[in-house]
Every structure is written in C-alpha cells, then in structure tokens.
Design a protein around this ligand. Sequence first.
Ligand SMILES: Cc1cc2nc3c(=O)[nH]c(=O)nc-3n(C[C@H](O)[C@H](O)[C@H](O)COP(=O)(O)O)c2cc1C
Length: 171
Amino acid sequence: MSEARVLVVFFSRTGTTRTLASTLATMLSADLEEICDYTERRGAWGYVRCLADSWRKRPAEIVPAGLDPAQYDLVVVGTPVWAGAVSAPVRAYLFENRWKFRHVAFFCSLGGLGSQAAFDEMRELAGKAPVAQCKVRAAEVHRGAVAAVLVPFMTVLKRHLVNYEALAWTS
Ligand SMILES: Cc1cc2nc3c(=O)[nH]c(=O)nc-3n(C[C@H](O)[C@H](O)[C@H](O)COP(=O)(O)O)c2cc1C
C-alpha cells in the first residue's frame, strides 16, 4: 500500500506559525513549504500594511511556490490571524492553487480572537471543506507547549490519511 503524501504550507511574519508548521511536518512526515511575499512586513509600517491587506481582503503578491500542491493527497495550510482574517499571503496561495487541492486542512496561530472568520475565508478560497482545522494561541507556542497542543489535530489528520490509504488500496 503506498503512503499518502502530505504537504504543510504556511506563512509566518514573526515565527509563531512557522514553529507550528515545522512541528506538524515532523509529526506527519510531511514536506514543508513557507509562503513568501514581496511586501515589507517588518516593523510598525509592516504591521500597518498587514492590517490594510486584511481590511481590504487583498491577496499579497507571493513568490511562486516551489512544491506543487497537486502532487499531494493532503495539503495542510497554516496562517496567522490578521484582523480577524486569513493573512494576505495565505489568501493568495489558497486562491492561486484552489484547483490543485485534493484534500485540505487548516491551522492558525492567533492572539485570541478571529479564528472562525479566518477559517471560513480559507474554506471559501480553497473551494473545499477542510478535513480538520486547529487554532493555537501564540502564548501556548511561546510557552513551548506546541507538540501537546497539536496532538488532537494530528490524530484527526492521521485517521483521515489511514482511511484515505485504505480506500486507495481497495479501489
Ligand atoms: C496585523 C496583525 C493583525 C492581527 N490581528 C489579530 C486578530 O484579529 N486576532 C488575534 O487573535 N490575533 C491577531 N494578531 C496576532 C497574531 O495572529 C499572532 O501573534 C500570530 O501568532 C502571529 O503569527 P506569526 O508569528 O506566525 O506571524 C494580529 C497580528 C498582526 C501582525
């Protein structure tokens, strides 16, 4: 039986979502890709640009992806929450690749509020319901509780992959 291929894709401005993404990729034996964009997002002006993109629901101009999501059975997409919305680089990635996804799952890091609106937008952009979604507060990541916080999400994803592999085997 061939193993399902999993890709973890993320954008991170200050490293929190990156920590989650790399932990998840290790847990799932997945490939990992960081979304990069051409906008300067550091510092106070960078913060304002992020807010403006979110308020206007504007996608960022992103560097073309190195890995093709069409080659994966499951693509797990992670974003920070910006003003109760998905980050602009992830907005662009989901929209640009929406025809290529077989199955998707979503995760986000945030201060505390706005995950559901961000997930709703991600689902709309991807044109697909996620097999699972997971929100993680930045404070938990900074406390070093990453692996423990991700276990329930990872368990659902692994169950999905086992069912998917079994189906592929019988069909
Ligand atoms: C422009 C901007 C807007 C934000 N808006 C929210 C928000 O609406 N709700 C929230 O809980 N956190 C918000 N945050 C906090 C981030 O979601 C949180 O710190 C996240 O973990 C940062 O991820 P990163 O380090 O991967 O960039 C915002 C951060 C930025 C930069």
